[in-house]
Design a protein around this ligand. Structure first.
Ligand code: ADP
Length: 250
């Protein structure tokens, strides 16, 4: 689904991504691990159009998407969530979900005067969809709560929920498990597995929690110093000498 070829991202003289090449199989939940500073987040940012690459190529199902901006990738079904959730704090959880699809009739001045009926219908449909998503994620009770007031783990669930408001095809998750308690982490794992099985989402997941990775990811790709060191099942990766060395060296 995604192919990254010899990707470089330099910050001045520093090579955060230094010739990374990898592929993500359609329908997989691919784990991306590696010591701190390995270049995982930078790689995500380049693939997701947040940062331009210094050189290299990214393709999505054969189409060159290198350097496309996030909104163009969003329309192709490529979404990225952030390690720190980017919720709209003063809006409710339901409203945070309802605003994801964009291009709504109520956004144009003309329609707010003349298209009231259409706006109301759209809003009803969006509200119903948002409520379905909240239910799927077992956070219906948070629907009317301000997003800025929910816990860190619940924000991660809400971010996952935002990807469900549109027809995502591939979702890049950056440390969904960071700072999340076990119960919520299980809910997040279940939600990812369900989205993968039932809606065919492909996932690429950066995560430090190896239990979480082992439970949901196959294959696992390990990066260090801006490059891919190894790919395989988590057990294979854990037994790989280069991987062990990379972790011990930090
Ligand atoms: P990881 O996600 O694997 O921990 P990162 O991609 O966050 O690694 O970072 C890789 C390296 O690139 C780190 O040494 C980090 O300090 C550096 N880096 C990341 N973003 C920038 C930036 N905007 N400017 C300079 N250096 C950066």
């Amino acid at each position: 689904m995604i192919t990254v070829e010899n990707l470089h991202k330099h910050f001045g003289g520093f090579h955060a991504v230094d010739g990374a090449s990898l592929s993500v199989r359609e329908g997989s939940i691919t784990g991306l691990i590696g010591p701190n500073g390995a270049g995982k987040t930078t790689l995500f940012n380049v693939i997701a159009g947040v940062l331009p690459p210094t050189s290299g190529r990214v393709t999505m199902q054969g189409e060159d998407i290198t350097g496309l901006p996030p909104h163009a990738l969003f329309h192709k079904g490529l979404l990225r969530t952030f390690q720190i959730a980017h919720e709209f704090a003063s809006m409710t959880c339901r409203e945070n979900l309802m605003m994801v699809p964009g291009g709504q009739s109520g956004e144009t001045l003309w329609n707010t005067w003349f298209g009231r009926k259409r706006i109301a219908e759209e809003e009803r449909a969006l509200r119903a969809k948002a409520d379905e998503v909240l239910e799927f994620l077992t956070i219906t009770h948070l629907a009317d709560q301000r997003a800025g007031e929910i816990s860190g783990g619940q924000k991660k669930l809400l971010e996952l929920g935002r990807t469900m408001m549109v027809d995502a095809r591939i979702v890049f998750l950056d440390e969904v498990g960071a700072g999340v308690n076990r119960t919520l982490l299980n809910t997040i794992a279940e939600a990812i597995l369900n989205l993968n099985r039932e809606r065919g989402y492909t996932f690429v997941v950066i995560e430090h929690d190896m239990d979480f990775i082992g439970r949901i990811c196959d294959p696992v790709i390990c990066m260090a110093e801006g490059r891919v060191l190894a790919e395989g099942t988590l057990d294979e990766i854990k037994a790989n000498e280069q991987v062990i060395e990379a972790y011990l060296g930090t």
